[in-house]
Each structure stands twice: as C-alpha cells, then as structure tokens.
Ligand binder design. Structure first.
Ligand SMILES: Nc1ncnc2c1ncn2[C@@H]1O[C@H](COP(=O)(O)OP(=O)(O)OP(=O)(O)O)[C@@H](O)[C@H]1O
Length: 290
C-alpha cells in the first residue's frame, strides 16, 4: 500500500525501524534499525547466524516481522510499508527485486529467454491478456521490442551478450550469477537485494561481478547486499551495516567499519570481557599508522 508520508529524506530509499523477528523462543532480530541511501551499495554483514538473511526475508516479504516498520521510498516520492505488503506486491508495486543464495534460473531456456520471462507481466499487460493481442496488437509488438532491448542492454553490461542464445544451464557458474542479476534488473527495480552474490565465485568471476554491481549503481539503482566475501564488501560498498546476534553493532563507511573494534571482536569471536583489550590494541595500531 502506498501512503502519503513525505517526511523521509528523499535520498533515503529504504528505512528499517525497530525491526524484531522472533522464532519461538529465539529473538533472531532485536530492535534493528538502519537506512539505505538511494544510488548507493549498502552491505549487510555479520558472523554466521547474526540474522542477515532474516532481515532480507523481512524486507522482501518472505517473513512478516514480529515488530517494526520497513519503508521503501521510491524516487517519485511514493512510499510503501513493506511489512504490510504480500511478497508479489513488494516486487511489483514497491519495485524491490532480489536474488537468492542458490541460483534459480530456467536452465533449459536460453539466456535471452530467461530475461524475457522476467518481463512477462509487462508483455501480458500489453497484449490485453488475449491471444489476438499477442498476435497483432501494435502495443504488444512495441512492448516486445522494448523487452528485447532491455534484455540486450543488461546482457551487454554483464558481458553475456555473446551467450544470448545458449541455454542458461550451459553458462559457467559466475556467468549464471550475473544472468540472475540481469534478470532481476529486467523487472525495473528501484532497490535490488542480493543474497551472497559472490558465494562460490573464483577471483576473475568476482571481479566481473564487482564491475556489474558498480555499473548497476552508476545506472541509478540502489543495492542492498548480504556478503561474506570481505574483499567484495570493502571494494564496492558505499555503506556497511554490521549485525551480531540480531543487533546492530556498527554502521558507516567500509573504512569506519573495518577499523571498528566491535566488528573486529565479533569476527574474531572475542568474548565481551576481552573487548576492552581488543579496543585498546586496535586504537594503538590505528595510532601507530598516523
Ligand atoms: N525459519 C526459522 N525458524 C527458526 N529459526 C530461524 C529461522 N530462520 C532463521 N532462524 C535463526 O535465526 C538466527 C539468524 O539466522 P539467519 O539465517 O538470519 O542468519 P545469517 O546472518 O543470515 O547467517 P548465515 O551467515 O549463516 O547465513 C539463527 O539463529 C537461525 O538459526
């Protein structure tokens, strides 16, 4: 549902406020708030089990949060409370697209066909939902050629144009990941959510992924990603949010987060009692660098 609250800064695309998610006796997310800025790459990181996927699932409608508000602020100024929308409307109306940890392409269809299927809704609308429309309506022909153009645009960006007519299942793993991202971009999202896009990629594929993600951002879309690969996070993110045990422990630029003693401690598995010591050591190292 769109609503008329215009108090949100127009540079903010996503605002998560006081999000909590309980699974039985486990508070997986506990009063978590953060903002993602329009036109930026925001990374959500944290140790295993910190709650990253749960946050993603709340944003994309797979879970209904126990508490909290998730506002998507479109460039037009239209706002959507995602926790109140069914997942298909989060994609269609709020314009939030996502990819998953495991690849979900139609492996028997060609690369191009995968991208056309993603635009099925637009094409069917243009056909007037009739066979005659599919066969003859000028609006359908126009929509069809625009869909092909859009597919070609993203295939070029992802360096996949040469493979357009090959079955998607024949592509190497890294290329399949990029194709999935192209498929999500063909739905015209304002916010693209990526769940561990670099998982299982070799260094060359990881580099190609970074190039694609940067070019999506430079095209004006906003990205939110969960990623374990710190080299990807630190190289491409504009903003990093760190979760531990369902709570935010750090939020800032990659440099800020990288040097935050709480983050270092969380990743090294340091106990609370030792935290002061780690903070002291990190500050001493940082001091020595100046
Ligand atoms: N559907 C569910 N039912 C019960 N517990 C769940 C469910 N989904 C997640 N959890 C629990 O919530 C906590 C957070 O899990 P989540 O998968 O969100 O963490 P994560 O940060 O994405 O972890 P990873 O990096 O390992 O993927 C974990 O303790 C997990 O066991």
């Amino acid at each position: 549902m769109a609503f008329g609250n215009t108090t949100m800064n127009k540079d903010t695309i996503l605002k998560v406020e006081h999000l909590s998610m309980r699974f039985g006796g486990l508070m997986a997310i506990n009063d978590f708030s953060f903002e993602a800025k329009r036109g930026e790459i925001t990374a959500l990181i944290g140790p295993n089990g910190a709650g990253k996927t749960t946050v993603f699932n709340c944003i994309t409608g797979f879970y209904k949060p126990t508490m909290g508000m998730i506002t998507l602020n479109q460039e037009s100024g239209e706002q959507y409370l995602l926790e109140r929308l069914p997942d298909f409307e989060i994609t269609k109306k709020a314009k939030v697209a996502r990819t998953f940890q495991n690849i979900r392409l139609f492996s028997g269809l060609t690369v191009l066909e995968n991208l056309l299927v993603a635009q099925h809704n637009t094409l069917m609308k243009a056909s007037g939902y009739t066979v005659l429309g599919l066969l003859g309506l000028p609006a359908y022909k126009k929509a069809e050629s625009e869909s092909i153009e859009k597919a070609r645009y993203w295939l070029e960006k992802a360096d996949l144009i040469e493979r357009a007519d090959d079955p998607a299942g024949d592509l190497p793993y890294g290329a399949q990941r990029r194709l999935e991202i192209c498929r999500a971009m063909c739905t015209g999202p304002e916010l693209l959510c990526l769940d561990e896009p670099a998982a299982g990629l070799n260094p060359k594929e990881s580099l190609a992924l970074n190039t694609l993600l940067r070019s999506i951002r430079d095209d004006g879309a906003s990205l939110l990603l969960i990623e374990h690969d710190m080299s990807v996070v630190m190289q491409i993110s504009d903003h990093v949010v760190v979760l531990e045990y369902g709570q935010k422990i750090s939020d800032g630029t990659p440099d800020h987060v990288k040097n935050d003693p709480k983050v270092i401690a969380a990743y090294l598995g340091v106990e609370d009692e030792e935290l002061d010591e780690v903070i002291h050591e990190v500050e001493a190292i940082a001091g020595g660098e100046h």
